[in-house]
Design a protein around this ligand. Structure first.
Ligand code: CUA
Length: 336
């Protein structure tokens, strides 16, 4: 028999879709804790799988007992005495859960202890300051090394991360590298990063901090030591010198306009401290801490009125002349 017309989803379709969604949610994406690439995240991932498989085992056991009870109850002539169940209930409902909970608690304590101290010495320190809604990054051992929303670390080395906030509470989280650590007003918290894998790892503010909490993202770039050293050295040198006439004009617009009141570009007269340091904006992974791709179109839109891209952020619309805007964009893109 052939059927025509719409094919309605069957139970099998729904189950397949459910399985796909569950697997996609668990294993995919740049922010999956189940794709651990860092020493800290591997600990929490291990604990997650331990609890997952214990839960699977308990679920299977409960279902089996339920099935057995239903099957037994249906047989004619089966009568149970009240006291029959006392032994199994005590063992399965009290003793075994207690053993499991105490064991998982012990593993949790061991992991908490391991997460408190980095593997090996931490020779590099990064200061991270949370703002609504972006991340200020300092390397205190390298004078003048300041950037925003992107921090680099050398592969295979432990990096001390000191966390404080300029306003409300935030939470620093790189799911693939380390668990969450809060940035609490009036306090400096400390954590560490360590990975043996080169790559970029997306981080995200994990504590609701206002309207643009979702666009308070950052990128951790883990790279070989030599590459890290040259990146860090460049971060404390004056910004790239303009080479073309358009870029030079853009620099003048930047320094003489409102931009310089809030932003710093190293080696120029722009020394504002309200917004992110823009000395390397041309090479960053995004603008607005993950709010938009870093390209000419979005940069122009952001300068003209960033409120349309990230409503509520601290930067007011900038009335830049239409003929100046391309030069200003070219200047920003030249800063690497
Ligand atoms: Cu900062 Cu949420």
């Amino acid at each position: 028999m052939s059927r025509s017309g719409p094919q309605w989803p069957t139970v099998r379709h729904a189950a397949a879709l459910g399985a796909v969604l569950v697997l996609a949610g668990c294993s995919g994406g740049a922010q999956s804790t189940l794709h651990a690439a860092g020493t800290g995240a591997r600990r929490t991932e291990g604990l997650w799988w331990l609890m997952f498989w214990i839960s699977v085992g308990i679920f299977a056991e409960v279902m089996a007992l339920l099935g057995w009870a239903l099957w037994r109850r249906r047989r004619p002539g089966v009568r149970t005495k009240g006291g029959d169940a006392l032994g199994p209930v005590t063992v399965l409902g009290v003793v075994i859960p207690m053993v499991i909970l105490v064991a998982v608690y012990g593993v949790g304590l061991r992991d908490l202890d391991a997460l408190a101290t980095p593997p090996g010495r931490a020779d590099i320190t990064v200061d991270v300051i949370g703002h609504r809604w972006w991340w200020e990054i300092h390397y205190p051992d390298q004078p003048g090394a300041v950037t925003a929303n992107e921090l680099h670390i050398p592969v295979g080395e432990s990096v001390r991360v000191r966390l404080r906030t300029a306003d409300v509470n935030h939470s620093f989280w790189v799911p693939q590298l380390m668990p969450k650590v809060d940035l609490i007003a009036g306090k400096t918290n400390q954590t560490w990063l360590h990975t043996d894998q080169a790559g970029t790892f997306r981080g995200q503010c994990a504590e609701y901090c206002g309207q643009q909490h979702a666009f308070m993202a950052f990128m951790v770039v883990a790279e070989p030591r030599a590459q890290f050293d040259s990146w860090l050295a460049a971060l404390s040198r004056p910004a790239t010198t303009p080479l073309t006439a358009a870029v030079q004009r853009g620099k003048t617009v930047f320094e003489q306009g409102a931009c310089a009141a809030c932003h710093t570009v190293r080696g120029t007269s722009a020394q504002g401290r309200v917004g992110p340091d823009l000395s390397t904006i041309g090479s960053r992974w995004s603008i607005g801490a993950g709010a938009a791709p870093n390209d000419a179109g979005h940069l122009g839109g952001w300068i003209a009125n960033s409120q349309t891209i990230k409503p509520g952020n601290a930067m007011p619309p900038q009335p830049v002349d239409a003929q100046d805007l391309p030069d200003l964009i070219a200047y920003l893109q030249s800063l690497k």
